[in-house]
Design a protein around this ligand. Structure first.
Ligand SMILES: Cc1ncc(COP(=O)(O)O)c(C=O)c1O
Length: 432
C-alpha cells in the first residue's frame, strides 16, 4: 500500500515529521502503521497481516502478545507496577534467581536496568571497578548502544554519530573470514587475526579493562567468528588480566539454538549483558557476573526502572515459557530447515553471496556480479516482502544483508510460508 492511499498513514507520517527528532528513521518507502501482534504475526491499521521475520530486532522470541506471558504481566500491573530498586520487591529477586538457573556457568549476580545500552554501560563500569583500568577493546563491525560510551564502542560507521567519541576505545578487526583483511584463509591462518588483539593489549599495557563482543555480530551483518576464535581471544585476554564482556542483545535467550551464543564457543564471559528478548518486549535489561567480579561494585548503584515489578515478572514468565516450550530446540530445528531452504535459493540466485548465522539468526548477503554490496536491491526486496505480507530485516556495514530472525515459536507451516515468500521475492523482484 502506498502512503498516499491511506490518509491514516499520511497523518502518522505528518506527526512523525513534525514531532520526532529526525534521527528516528523507519523502514520502507511506503510504510504501514502496525497496530496488533499475535504469535509470529503483526497486523497493520487496515487489518492486513505480516509474518514477522525480524521479531522487533530479536525481541519477541516467545511471539507477540504471548498469552501465557502477558497473563503474568497483567496480574502484576494490577498488583504493583512501580517502586524502584531502593525498595525490596519479589519479582526482581525471583528474576535474578531465575537467571542464575537459566544462565550456564559461574555467572550468578544481576543488575537490572531498562535497555541494552544501559546494560552495556553498566558492564563497562563494572569492568573498570574490577580491574582498576580505564580502556576497552571492541570489534570493527560491532554495535553496542547509543550512550556516549557504548556508541563509542560501536564500530559500524552507520551508527557512529557522535562527533566526539570517547578516546578510551581501541578497535580490532571483526573476524570476517570471507573478507579477511590479512588475505589469509581459515584454518591455515591459525587465527592470525588475533595477533592484532595481542598487539593492542601490548601497546596499552595495563590500561585495558575489558573487551566487548557479540557472539554473532547482529547489526554487523550476522557474522559468526571462525571456530576457536573466541577461545583464543579469551586466552589472550586472560594472560593480560582483561575481562570479556559478551553482549547477547541479539543472540540471547535461545535465538541461536543454545540458550546463549557464548555456549557455542566453549568459553564463559566474565560479564554477560542481556536485553531485548529478556522481557519478550517489555523494557528490561541486565548485566550479570560472577560473585568475585560483583564484589568490586559496592558503591551505590540504582536504576529508577531497573527490576520494575511488571517487567521483571514478565521476564520470569518468559524464562519459564522458553524452558517449558523448549525454544532452544525449536530454534535449532527451525534454523536448520530455514538454512537448507535458503541454501537451495542461493544455488539459483548468484546475488546471494553468502549465508551466515546460527539457529534462527540468519543473514543472506546480497552482492552484484562485481561483488559490490547490493543495498538498493535489498531495499526493493524488503519493500516487496512487506507488500506481500512478510517483514524481514537488513544489517551489515553495506546495509546489504537480508536478516531473518523470526519468533522462535514459529510453526513448521509458518516457516514454510516464510520460505515460499522469500523464494517468490527472488523470482519477482526486478534486478534479481
Ligand atoms: C548487540 C546490541 N547491543 C546493544 C544494543 C542496544 O540496545 P538498546 O537499543 O536496548 O539500548 C543493541 C540494539 O540494537 C544491539 O543489537
Amino acid at each position: 500500500m502506498s502512503s498516499s492511499e491511506s490518509p491514516y498513514v499520511d497523518q502518522m507520517l505528518a506527526l512523525k515529521a513534525q514531532y520526532l527528532i529526525p534521527c528516528v528513521y523507519h523502514f520502507y518507502r511506503n510504510p504501514m502503521v502496525l497496530s496488533r501482534g499475535e504469535g509470529a504475526w503483526l497486523f497493520d491499521h487496515s487489518g492486513k497481516r505480516y509474518l514477522d521475520a525480524y521479531s522487533g530486532v530479536g525481541v519477541v522470541n516467545c511471539g507477540h502478545c504471548n498469552p501465557e506471558i502477558i497473563a503474568a504481566t497483567e496480574a502484576q500491573l494490577h498488583q504493583l507496577h512501580h517502586t524502584t530498586t531502593i525498595y525490596l520487591t519479589e519479582p526482581m529477586l525471583r528474576l535474578a534467581e531465575g537467571l542464575d538457573r537459566f544462565v550456564p556457568g559461574r555467572l550468578k549476580r544481576s543488575f537490572f536496568c531498562t535497555s541494552g545500552s544501559e546494560a552495556n554501560e553498566g558492564a563497562l563500569l563494572l569492568a573498570r571497578l574490577a580491574t582498576g583500568r580505564s580502556d576497552f577493546v571492541s570489534l570493527s563491525r560491532s554495535l553496542h548502544g547509543r550512550t556516549h560510551l557504548t556508541a563509542g564502542l560501536t564500530g559500524l560507521p552507520f551508527w557512529r554519530t557522535d562527533p566526539y567519541p570517547p578516546s578510551c576505545v581501541h578497535f580490532v578487526a571483526s573476524p570476517v573470514c570471507k573478507d579477511c583483511p590479512h588475505g589469509k584463509h581459515y584454518p591455515e591462518c591459525d587465527l592470525y587475526c588475533t595477533r592484532e588483539l595481542e598487539q593492542v593489549l601490548d601497546e596499552n599495557k595495563d590500561r585495558i579493562a575489558a573487551m566487548i563482543a557479540e557472539p554473532v555480530h547482529g547489526n554487523g551483518g550476522i557474522v559468526v567468528p571462525p571456530p576457536g576464535w573466541f577461545r583464543r581471544v579469551k586466552e589472550i585476554l586472560e594472560q593480560q588480566g582483561v575481562l570479556l564482556i559478551m553482549d547477547e542483545a541479539q543472540t540471547g535467550f535461545c535465538r541461536t539454538g543454545r540458550r546463549f551464543g557464548f555456549e557455542w564457543e566453549g568459553i564463559e564471559p566474565d560479564i554477560l549483558t542481556l536485553c531485548k528478548a529478556l522481557g519478550n518486549g517489555m523494557p528490561i535489561a541486565a548485566f550479570m557476573t560472577t560473585d568475585e567480579i560483583a564484589g568490586a561494585y559496592t558503591r551505590p548503584g540504582a536504576s529508577t526502572f531497573g527490576g520494575n515489578p511488571v517487567c521483571a515478572r514478565t521476564a520470569l514468565a518468559a524464562l519459564n515459557y522458553m524452558q517449558a516450550h523448549q525454544l532452544e530446540q525449536k530454534a535449532k530445528q527451525s534454523g536448520q530447515r530455514l538454512r537448507r531452504r535458503m541454501e537451495a535459493l542461493a544455488g539459483e540466485n548468484p546475488v546471494i553471496a553468502g549465508i551466515r548465522g546460527r539457529g534462527l539468526m540468519l543473514g543472506l548477503e546480497l552482492a552484484d556480479h562485481k561483488g559490490a554490496a547490493a543495498a538498493d536491491l535489498l531495499d526493493g526486496l524488503l519493500e516487496w516482502l512487506k507488500d506481500n505480507g512478510v517483514l524481514a530485516g537488513k544489517t551489515g556495514p553495506g546495509r546489504n544483508v537480508l536478516t531473518l530472525m523470526p519468533p522462535l515459536i514459529l510453526t513448521a507451516d509458518e516457516l514454510d510460508h516464510l520460505c515460499r515468500k522469500l523464494e517468490q521475492a527472488f523470482e519477482e523482484v526486478e534486478g534479481f
